[in-house]
Design a protein around this ligand. Sequence first.
Ligand code: LMR
Length: 394
Amino acid sequence: MFEHLKDQPADKILALMQAYKEDPREEKIDLGVGVYKDASGNTPIMRAVKAAEKRLWDEEQTKAYTGLAGDPLFGERMASLVLGDAVSLDSVARVATPGGTGAVRQAFDLVRMANPEARVFVSDPTWPNHLSILKHMGIAHVPYRYFDAETGGVDFDGMMEDLAGAGKGDIVLLHGCCHNPTGANLTMEQWKEVADLVNKTGAVPMIDIAYQGFGDGLEADAGPTRLIAAHCPEVLIAASCSKNFGIYRERTGCLMAVAHEAGRHKTNQGTLAYLNRQNFSFPPDHGARLVLMILGDDKLRADWEAELEEVRLGMLELREQLARELRELSGSDRFGFLAQHRGMFSRLGVGPEKVEALREKHGVYMVGDSRMNIAGLNAETVPKLARAIIDVGI
Ligand code: LMR
């Protein structure tokens, strides 16, 4: 049997992580995988998470199974965090999943079950693992224009033109905030136009929101997801707690299915729980429990929000510093988009040969499509990166 297996292509982001580790140069800079790092290059455990873990250690009396959907309180608090009061929580079916990726995978599973003919419209570019999972599952995808390499912003006209080609029952995959890999995002007016267009085509929006709190703040970052959920009759939402709670390895995420039509909730909730059972049975609980404790406790929540805000503002400062350095070195404003982008990533918009030159000559590791993890920088490495960018002729 095993002789039929083939070597699988390495995940580009994870392969880069390995290449960085193996590079002996002291001066190397890691702008690869989307993991937050502080100024000393560490990925700290957030204060509220540590405090919740201590409390959990004292209070937890059993490790018996929760439910197929995870602890219902986790789902409820996640739905509030992401959706606020944009929709009634009774219209939101929800399950805990192993990370945001688990939620994405489960959402595609539900799509395939509900409509095997559905095509998934994905931004060009999108997170490479979206494409990889779709391919693995045999689901057709259609790219829609998104990034304008000339301006570093969104090609909104191109996007709308391409999305108009979606049909009833197709899925339109959108990044709720902090677009990965580009860092370029829609305005709220543009989101409204997208919601109207998606409704006109009869397609179903699916939102991947993995960086809530990293862009313009917890509430502002949820704005587009709330708008879509309020305006569209059916919406899938895959939310991750990996980044904003810093609990990457705990695998904590939530899949939500919003349905405005009365009477849909029970079947949707049952379907999500059924899919959990088929794929892995009960979802992981440790991270979800920390999240539900933090979200449900005023003191822990305030501390978490404050620390998340420090992280967000730190990344914004790095963006501004980098744009400033590049303005001075290049004598132009052509890197101004770096300060406009939001979230962990920015796409430089250059080809793989320049990305390779940055790695070879300067030990700067960014993903081959020129995606940089801004959190991989600090005040000392920003000028080095700026000089390297100019040196390789970007
Ligand atoms: C990323 O895009 O770097 C993160 O979402 C981590 C991952 O799993 O790829």
